[in-house]
Ligand binder design. Structure first.
Ligand code: K1U
Ligand code: ZN
Length: 166
């Protein structure tokens, strides 16, 4: 089922997601819905927070062929090193892209949809995407990293968009 994606500055994007106690069929259904919603958007990642479900679940597929789905339940970053600047977008801030500084290389520990624990060390786009999606689970949006001037410009742009839509 394709779910509605919350749009910035919706206050529900600020909620802190809770740990998943057990990977039940309900969680597997959430993973399936997040995946369908991400592919339909289209996006390269999606966190449960963005569909107003406040559980520590996210999905990512950065492959061009859209055939390399990665599921992270209860993700935790256990190591991070270096810095990289990368242009980011967000399905909750449609049409806006800007540069953000992230850790260049991370090790993330999580469970998959079969409740198997795994550890992944990665860099590049996948590392950026994991950090971006994990921020959503903490109630953070990538535009929080922008300067006050850039955020004010974005807010003005969103107000104008709302005026034109209404
Ligand atoms: O969290 C989200 O809203 C998903 C977001 C993930 C992301 C993109 C870029 C850098 C960091 C995190 C997106 O998927 S935005 C859309 C996008 O980047 C994209 C869409 C289709 C094809 C390729 C990229
Ligand atoms: Zn996002």
């Amino acid at each position: 089922m394709i779910l509605d994606i919350l749009e910035y500055p919706d206050s529900r994007l600020r909620k802190l997601a809770s740990r998943v106690a057990a990977v039940t069929n309900d969680i597997r259904k959430l993973v399936a819905d997040l995946t369908e919603t991400m592919y339909a958007a289209p996006g390269v990642g999606l966190a449960a927070t963005q569909v107003n479900v406040h559980k520590r679940v996210l999905v990512i597929d950065i492959s061009e062929a859209r055939n390399d789905l990665r599921v992270f339940i209860n993700p935790e970053i256990v190591a991070a090193e270096g810095e990289v600047e990368c242009e980011e977008g967000c399905l909750s801030v449609p049409g806006y892209y800007d540069k953000v500084i992230r850790a260049a290389k991370i090790t993330v520990r999580a469970q998959n949809e079969r409740a198997e624990a795994f550890e992944l060390t990665t860099d590049g786009m996948l590392a950026v995407c994991v950090q971006h999606e994990m921020d959503h689970l903490l109630g953070k949006v990538f535009v929080d990293y922008l300067s006050p001037l850039k955020r004010a410009r974005l807010s003005a742009r969103l107000r104008k968009k709302q005026r034109l839509a209404g």
